[in-house]
Write a protein that binds this ligand. Sequence first.
Ligand code: GLC
Length: 550
Amino acid sequence: MADSPTSISDKWWHSAAVYQVYPRSFFDGNGDSLGDLVGVQSKLPYLKKLGIDAIWLSPFYPSPQHDSGYDVADPRDVDSIYGTLSDTQSLIDASHELDIKVMVDLVPNHVSIDHPWFQAALASPPGSKERARFHFLDAGEQPPNNWVSMFGGPAWTQITEANGELGQCYLHVFDSSQPDLNWTNPDVAADWIDTLKFWLDRGVDGFRVDVAHGLAKDMTYADLPDPVGLTEALRFDLDDGSTEAAERRLLIENSGFFDRDELQEIYREWRKVLDSYPGDRMAVSEAWVPAHRAGRYVSPTSLHQIFGFDFLVVAWSASVMQETIKKAIAAVQAVGAPPTWALSNHDSPRVVTRLGGGETGLARARALAMVAHALPGSIYVYQGEELGLPDAPLADSDREDPVFFRTNGAQKGRDGARVPLPWTASSAPYGFTESESATWLPQPDHWSQLSVEAEDFDAASTLNLYRASLDQREQFRGEVRFIDSGDSEVMIFARDNGIHMAVNTGLEAYSLPEFLLEAEIMLDSEVVKILGDKTEVLPPNCARWFRVFT
Ligand code: GLC
């Protein structure tokens, strides 16, 4: 029988809980005030207890850190601020001993300006083979075309040639410190196969492929009808069936630098490499495409998963959520792949903040986690999400994100979600580091009660809710069957074994239907474990899991 996203599968990534480690902010193991690989390894027991199946490490490669390491100068080495190659081996081995899989981040769309290839390109003349690995074009008064950077401003930067004169422009869909590679160049494709093998040989179980929808470009470099609209459509389209969504679709389907057909060939080659290794090696694509395009990234001849980003943007509305879930599952089911669900990541506001902040935001974030954890497929948990951290308030002078600088502060950027984790219930740096120096982003004064130590002891904490839900979700099997709740603000769905999930996004308490009143309560997002009497209502901003006995 073919694998189905809702069947019990022997492939770990079909239903894994993957924890995203953002190394610089996770834990400082060597006392220099920046997180590192030794720090990650020392916290593996914490992650094991949390109940995750895999870790995904955001980039730790040599980098001038213009985009927090997503500007990679050598994808087959380790930046000394994070450790050494032997630290990665030690982390991979120690994780495997605890039965935790390891995924590393690949950034194949672009490299850093410090990458030897780009340095060689700068030192070589127009038309040289060194420049052909990138997108160098002659410039006139204007950039070569109207493409814009995802971080704001033009997607082209003009260089000064060896003779001291202004010369060609190079393409960067992100920051000017991240020149895009030319994937039609055979050197590029071959070098990335080497990188895949390099990490597979070291035992990694999977890859997170950064900007997986971006590698192929329109090599005629034609102007786009609405380049700014395109970048917005890719990131925020919930595919709600509206006229606006249809217009956005059109922009994407005619895009010059995202989601192009030529990508299929690249991933076909990658898949061959992954399949040639023993074990279930996998890759998840970070491809910001609407649901109806998702299947292009997941098939037996392409990658294995695509991030489901709908929950990063979905409105706090049961009916919207229900439609979103249906579409997301259908999109990948069509190609026999499991869905995936992410509530947050290092590029998005933390979910507590996005859903209103304060107690309300926290209650909703906890409930949304229970929705996601009850669904089939894999879940991705961004570090600190399990603590219910909100975005940290930052002064503009603290910010490091290129988004902030490229938009002249019009967009604040992503730093608020990247602040170092609080480990102990003390004061900043909350046990994150033993160093006296300031952390790279300042932690708020009021995070003591959100620390691992404080939450560990609090039975109703977000940490203990996550531990319980990650433990129990392993029992969930079967298709999602939606049940009419009679209230547009309440979503109820069932899985096999009588397991039901109910969430209330409204302002009023919801009177539960008879069949749920008689059920066993497995977990409650507000109090974690309801002991004794069963309550008859589901409060606003609350989710609950039930086991119905028939
Ligand atoms: C991805 C990363 C993001 C980075 C960008 C450029 O979207 O997740 O952090 O800035 O790619 O590499």
